[in-house]
Design a protein. Structure first.
Length: 202
């Protein structure tokens, strides 16, 4: 009798475990639909001004970023600790003219110049999309969505991103807190404000 009960208990446990496997959390169809709608709506945004704080363990660096985008044109203002080691840049994601905090003038690829001036790499080209909560088009990506169809995690271009907070600005809900990690460098970003959001440069 006891043996039969034991076998019955094991069978119930097995059924329960199989049932758990069948109902493991998955990205649902509504999430996918919300994600598709989000990509279409947020990809259309071509103008913005964002203000953010950034920090990394490299030399204990922490500072601020102001990013103005109007169509293909951008303007960046990066301020390092105590205002030291920053720069101002104008141009595009392919080419910029930079004036450093000690008045050096540089020209070239913005990602290369960022690394040279600040001392650590920053994926500026990809951040045009990641900051809006989007994947970079035409690059392999592994997105993990939350229940609202927003990015929760993303693996792309050698970086692992975690989105831990979103904030609404008018009709849009943008990432507020992000963590970027490429295996050698971790960058913490807090986006404090989005302004001048537009579908086309004015």
């Amino acid at each position: 009798m006891k043996a039969a009960l034991w076998r019955g208990g094991l069978l119930l446990v097995a059924i329960a475990l199989n049932g758990c496997a069948l109902i493991a959390p998955q990205v649902t169809e509504p999430d996918q639909a919300a994600w598709a709608e989000r990509q279409a709506a947020y990809s259309a945004i071509q103008q913005w001004t964002l203000r953010a704080r950034m920090a990394t363990a490299v030399l204990g660096w922490s500072g601020s970023l102001q990013w103005q985008q109007q169509g293909p044109q951008l303007q960046l203002n990066v301020s390092g600790p105590l205002g030291i080691g920053g720069f101002r840049a104008e141009g595009t994601v392919a080419w910029v003219e930079v004036i450093t905090s000690d008045q050096q003038r540089l020209q070239g690829d913005p990602e290369i110049l960022f690394h040279e001036v600040v001392g650590w790499p920053f994926p500026l080209r990809h951040m045009r999309y990641w900051a809006r909560g989007l994947t970079v088009p035409d690059l392999p990506a592994t997105p993990l969505l939350d229940n609202g169809g927003r990015l929760r995690e993303l693996q792309q271009a050698g970086w692992h991103l975690r989105y831990t907070e979103y904030k609404r600005y008018g009709d849009y809900e943008f990432p507020r807190r992000m963590l970027l990690d490429n295996g050698e460098l971790t960058i913490r970003i807090v986006i404090d404000d989005w302004q001048n959001i537009g579908l086309a440069a004015s």
